[in-house]
Design a protein around this ligand. Structure first.
Ligand code: FAD
Ligand code: UDP
Length: 381
């Protein structure tokens, strides 16, 4: 009855489903949550404030193709996302940039340091904190130590349970020191929010006569992967299966669990117009939570009250109700991932796609592009 089965209705699954349906395939999408959109899902809370249930999501990309693709399904509320860090009660722009430098040091010293940074790296450059710490100039190392201690160390310990040196350098490299006066968190040309929210964008994407979406169904209830084939409701299924959930859970974690970091989100509604005056405040030297998001500053919503969310990271255990959010890139985990991957060697019609299934730290735009690529491959093979 179906040509393709997609497991998971997040970015990865939704884009793949749409593309396969447009190519003439009958597509079944199975989603275990009671809604579509995966971690990008948003909804109005009981006070009418549009919130992101799984943490703040800001779309940002330099890839025209990703922007154009999503623009088929939404208009945009465009804005340049800015983040500040609360450092002992003072709010400073993050990523650390030349404006931050002038807030942290007195005028004379900041001018000297600024010149040194520009001479060493060039205006508009982006320098990972771990690289800055290795610089030969002691003045530059002094800035690096400030940034390391006040922006990276404690936040990273909270988020990952490890120091910046212990995790994949690409992770802290996402938030480099900027040799510029740009206070925005992202420098890509396209950034903003789907005008009416993420959920309507995914509804529009999945609204196709050849797509059937079933929410509240764990694919493992109807799909079995044997050594060399896929069974759907007990019957061999020859079509393509695109799996976007965690790879270890597909195989009942038989080699042990792939490690992930999870988050607890504590939402709070406040009967006041404004709480923090910023969309996101990172707590980089204090508190157990990493950041507070105030949604109305992300979405541009006007309302008499305001809703905020605090994020508390912890190690995912697989307990009921927990969600794996972040893969942890290191050699041991890659090896374990490889063991699971090998179980699909003789089941070529099962394809892995997405942040969980591929065990990779993808942003939304990268996910869109990856899903488009896979769909193209499936359509033409
Ligand atoms: P998911 O959204 O996780 O979707 C996978 C879906 O599969 C889920 O809905 C899950 O329920 C379902 N599923 C899993 N197993 C099964 C099963 N057995 N049966 C049925 N369904 C199943 N990216 C940005 O570009 N900008 C941001 O600002 C940003 N902020 C983020 C903030 C946080 C806190 C997090 C965690 C991520 C953020 N991201 C951001 C990344 C973004 O969330 C991902 O790029 C994107 O959601 C990945 O989509 P996905 O489809 O791979 O995964
Ligand atoms: N980071 C940090 N302090 C900050 C912001 C980021 O230490 O104020 C580090 C932290 O390790 C984090 C990583 O940089 O996990 C990447 O940050 P990003 O905001 O890109 O993470 P996201 O929330 O998007 O996953």
């Amino acid at each position: 009855m179906f040509d393709s089965i997609i497991i998971g209705a997040g970015v990865a699954g939704s884009v793949a489903a749409r593309e396969l349906a447009e190519a003439g395939k009958k597509v079944l999408v199975l989603e275990k949550r009671d809604h579509i959109g995966g971690n990008c899902y948003d909804e109005k809370d009981e006070h009418g404030i549009l919130i992101h249930k799984y943490g703040p999501h800001i779309f940002h990309t330099k890839e025209q193709e990703a922007f154009d693709y999503l623009s088929r399904f939404t208009k945009w509320y465009e804005f340049g996302h800015e983040v500040v860090a609360n450092v002992h009660g003072t709010l400073i722009p993050v990523p650390f940039n030349l404006n931050t430098l002038h807030m942290v040091y007195d005028r004379e010293k900041a001018d000297v340091l600024e010149k040194k940074l520009i001479d060493a790296f060039g205006m508009e450059s982006r320098v990972p904190i771990l690289k800055l710490r290795e610089h030969e100039d002691p003045d530059i190392r002094q800035i690096a130590d400030y940034v390391y201690e006040n922006i990276f160390l404690h936040y990273t310990m909270k988020q990952w349970g490890q120091t910046p040196e212990q995790i994949d350098p690409a992770v802290t490299g996402r938030v480099p020191v900027l040799i510029s006066y740009d206070n925005r968190y992202f420098q890509e040309p396209y950034q903003g929010m789907p005008l009416d929210g993420y959920t309507p964008m995914f509804e529009a994407m999945l609204d196709h006569p050849d797509i059937t979406v079933k929410t509240g169904i764990d694919a493992k209830e109807c799909l079995t992967i044997t050594e060399d084939q896929v069974l759907y409701e007990g019957v061999p299924f020859q079509g393509d299966v695109v799996y976007t959930g965690p790879l270890d859970e597909l195989f009942d974690c038989r080699f042990g669990r792939l490690p992930y970091r999870s988050l607890r989100f504590d939402f709070e509604y406040l009967d006041q117009e404004d709480y923090q005056g910023h969309s996101v405040v990172n707590y980089t030297v204090s508190e157990d939570f990493t950041r507070i998001t105030e949604f109305k500053y992300l979405t541009g919503q006007k309302a008499p009250g305001t809703t905020i969310v605090r994020e508390y990271p912890f190690a995912y255990t697989g307990a009921k109700g927990e969600i794996p959010y972040y893969s942890i890139a290191n050699e041991a985990n890659e090896r374990l991932y490889g063991q699971y991957l090998a179980l699909l060697d003789k089941v070529p019609n099962v394809r892995l796609l997405g942040r969980l299934a591929e065990y990779k730290y993808y942003n939304i735009d990268a996910m869109v592009l990856k899903a488009l690529k896979l769909a193209k491959e499936l359509i033409t093979h």
